[in-house]
Design a protein around this ligand. Structure first.
Ligand SMILES: NC(=O)c1ccc[n+]([C@@H]2O[C@H](COP(=O)([O-])OP(=O)(O)OC[C@H]3O[C@@H](n4cnc5c(N)ncnc54)[C@H](O)[C@@H]3O)[C@@H](O)[C@H]2O)c1
Ligand SMILES: [Zn+2]
Length: 395
């Protein structure tokens, strides 16, 4: 809708763009008879043979040595729907790939050499870091290629890979460069989780606990009941957890009125103001999910000391994280600079990243939360001491 002022000096531009994409849960996405990927590629142009570049996380390629061949075989069986423009490109996995400009450049070069246009596809098979980095490259190539994500970690399947964001790190700042770019489709293939190292599998459970803590007490109860099965990576419990967590994240993006995060509130970033800082302070020794577990415990303790959360709920939150095999301490949390806890810089960085006023989600109960605009450094100090003592087994 456009309106013009009486004297014609102002034109008020307004339009809405509708985004939609399928998120499909499956097993064995590259088995020749599995139609999910071919159908996803064909969803807007059923009669077109889509041009596709597949990019594979090196960790996945190593765990699944047949994968590149399987992708090629899948493309030939579904040749009516797709055509690979080049053999699959393998990029290193893990956070390092978001720090490495040379890898980003290599992806851009490959996209350029393959002459992918805005209707062509990049199919990304990998963890959250590879999804973020290749997603960023694809989003900024010709102002946005079509992306189909096949997330291969728990965290990428239950959170990072189903949403609308991508990013790389720069100047020592996590996710400094990035865009909002809804994918064309997402295919969560549970089979990939079979080869995920236990450490990464457990780290991914953090984001499920997070979304349960801030919005779904029933899901939190469910996670408590299945903590042992989830910690052990039991298949059915893991698949159910991924589905529920992904759905809660997706519902939030679609239903909370701010999919591209233009306001200052960021409920899905519960526990993240310190987590992002801890990742950097630990030199990325901490996985994202591990840092989020510590960050959530820290904020739960802050809320209970402050009196907005009851102690029993704080204990339930911390206890569940521990039973899932997540540690609630890392020395980076105690790091100081001239006496001041370095993690406190995370508050400033979080505010800068959000823009506007500092807005941090705090729990009021298990399954309920609110935004606060101030975090008292003295309470952070107290909570850090409490977590240190807890990790040492102090009563
Ligand atoms: N864009 C978003 O909305 C969003 C949300 C949350 C987190 N993230 C980002 O996601 C990243 C973390 O992602 P992650 O937890 O998936 O870890 P990751 O991508 O760092 O992967 C961890 C390790 O697992 C390997 N790997 C991946 N899949 C495997 C498989 N199936 N079998 C064996 N090895 C496998 C990788 O090679 C890597 O070494 C962080 O950079 C975080 O900032 C992004
Ligand atoms: Zn996160």
């Amino acid at each position: 809708m456009a309106t013009t002022t009486g004297d014609g000096t102002e034109h008020w531009q307004r339009f809405a763009v509708r985004f939609e994409y399928p998120v499909v849960f499956t097993e064995g996405a590259f088995e020749p008879q599995n139609e999910v990927l071919a159908a996803a590629l064909a969803r807007l142009e059923p009669d077109r043979r889509q041009r596709v570049l597949a990019v594979i996380d090196a960790g996945v390629a190593q765990a699944w040595p047949e994968l590149a061949g399987d992708v090629e075989r899948y493309a030939s069986v579904h040749a009516d729907a797709m055509q690979l423009v080049a053999p699959p490109l393998v990029v290193p996995g893990g956070e390092a790939v978001k720090n490495d400009r040379a890898e980003l450049e290599r992806v851009y070069r490959t996209l350029h050499a393959a002459r992918l246009d805005r209707h062509a596809f990049v199919v990304i098979v990998g963890g959250g870091a590879v999804q973020d980095m290749v997603g960023y490259a694809a989003a900024t190539t010709h102002r946005g290629l079509r992306v189909v994500r096949l997330p291969t970690t728990v965290l990428a399947q239950n959170d990072a890979g189903v949403g609308v964001k991508n990013a790389v790190n720069a100047f020592g700042t996590k996710n400094f460069l990035g865009t909002f770019a809804p994918p064309f489709a997402v295919v969560d293939d549970f089979r990939f989780l079979e080869t995920l190292p236990a450490r990464d599998r457990r780290a991914g459970l953090s984001e499920a606990v997070k979304v349960a803590l801030i919005k779904d007490a029933g899901f939190f109860d469910w996670l408590e009941e299945r903590a042992a099965a989830l910690a052990a990576g039991e298949r059915e419990a893991t698949a159910a957890m991924v589905r529920r967590s992904a759905t809660l994240h997706l519902d939030h993006i679609a239903g909370a009125g701010d999919p591209f995060e233009q306001g200052s509130a960021r409920p899905l970033d519960y526990g993240h103001w310190s987590a992002h800082k801890l990742e950097t302070l630990s030199d990325h020794e901490l996985r994202h999910g591990e840092a989020v577990a510590i960050g959530m415990a820290l904020d739960a303790r802050i809320a209970s000391t402050e009196g907005s959360l009851d102690d029993a709920s704080c204990e339930r939150a911390c206890g569940l994280l521990e039973r899932l095999g997540l540690r609630l301490w890392h020395d980076a949390l105690g790091a100081r600079d001239g006496g001041r806890l370095r993690v406190l810089d995370g508050l400033d960085e979080f505010r800068e990243h959000l823009g506007g006023t500092l807005t941090v989600r705090m729990l009021t109960a298990v399954g309920a939360s609110r935004d606060v605009h101030e975090v008292d450094p003295a309470l952070v100090e107290e909570a850090v001491g409490w977590l240190r003592a807890r990790a040492r087994g102090a009563p």
